[in-house]
Design a protein around this ligand. Structure first.
Ligand code: BDR
Ligand code: CA
Length: 317
């Protein structure tokens, strides 16, 4: 099968970083561009983090990096330093100069998204790992170009599980509910990977450390150090020393949609609630205009095998 053209939009925290390594090391995907959006941390930190990861992974095909929105469409930014560290990558100091920052800052994420849609049309997959601000801005700027996209895979939403940002909302849709609601009602070919599924996939600290030590590369040493903060957060709040693989699950959907089962439904995101901001709702109980495919189940065994083999560069049987 021919590799797919991919643009990744990310608010580069720890699970985003794992998702980037997973995507960059997957031969099914050609990562054409990476755009950044404010979320887990401020957007400039996200841009630095992407460049840091690219520097460590050194893929054959180097994606263009472009900085995006510094804040949600209408609201002040909410970040998550307690989960990802103040810098978004577990506060591991970097001794290297970050190459390519000035160029990435000069580029414009919305333009990059629209250009990729024009260039690759329905052969393009957008994987959105953060708030949907950049995608909503692209939609507002040029709906005709965005409509050419093959699919948009968005990690976000919580349907039948409690939220991870307040009682009912998932972080990405909480941060920019207006952007999420706009994209999920746009009629664009959107696939949603909700918390319901991603909170069933855990990477345990002992497993990560064992594999990383075996690989012994600069990247694996970095992964041990940068995930420690994220995993300690889960130990404090969830009682296990490990981390949810939210964003890598979205990458897996781009590699092989058939690892999942899907249900097409109408999805709205609460934008007015005082206590329910960012909540994912199916308003019509199956009778409305169903247009969003929401992942329902995932083969854990196949996912973990794929993820592990790619992250650690092993042959995938
Ligand atoms: C999502 O929120 C962020 O903190 C993670 O990177 C992931 O994209 C999970 O709710
Ligand atoms: Ca993310």
């Amino acid at each position: 099968m021919k590799p797919q053209h991919v643009l990744i939009d990310t608010d580069t925290g720890v699970d985003d970083a794992l998702a980037l390594v997973f995507a960059l090391r997957s031969p099914e995907l050609v990562i054409e561009a990476i755009t950044t959006v404010a979320g887990n941390v401020g957007v400039r930190k996200c841009t630095r983090n992407v460049l840091r990861i690219l520097n460590l992974v050194r893929s054959m095909h180097v994606p263009r990096v472009a900085e995006g929105s510094p804040k949600p469409l209408y609201r002040p930014l909410v970040t998550a330093p307690e989960v990802h560290g103040r810098d978004g990558l577990g506060d591991v100091p970097s001794r290297r100069r970050i190459a390519g920052l000035a160029e990435a800052v000069r580029r414009n994420a919305v333009r990059e998204i629209l250009d990729a849609c024009d260039r690759f049309g329905d052969r393009l997959t957008i994987i959105a790992l953060g708030p949907l601000t950049n995608i909503a801005k692209a939609w507002r700027k040029n709906a005709e170009s965005l409509r050419k996209v093959g699919r948009i895979i968005s990690m976000g939403g919580a349907f039948r599980v409690p939220g991870n940002t307040g009682p009912v909302a998932e972080f990405n849709y909480f941060v920019d509910p207006e952007a999420a609601d706009q994209i999920l009602t746009s009629g664009l070919p959107v696939r949603v990977i909700p918390l319901d599924l991603t909170e069933t996939i855990i990477l345990h600290w002992h497993e990560l450390r064992k594999r990383a030590r075996k690989e012994g590369s600069e990247l694996s040493r970095f992964l041990i150090r940068c995930t420690k903060h994220y995993m300690s957060y889960h130990r404090k709040t969830r009682g296990f020393f490990g981390g949810y693989l939210h964003d890598p699950v979205a990458v897996a959907a781009a590699i092989d949609q058939n690892l999942f089962t899907w249900r097409t439904m109408e999805v709205r995101i609460e934008t007015r609630g005082i206590w329910t901001r960012g909540m994912s709702v199916e308003p019509s109980h199956g009778r409305g205009r169903a247009s969003v495919a929401v992942a329902q189940t995932l083969s854990h065994r196949r996912f973990l095998k794929l993820f592990t083999s790619r992250i650690w560069n092993e042959a995938h049987g």
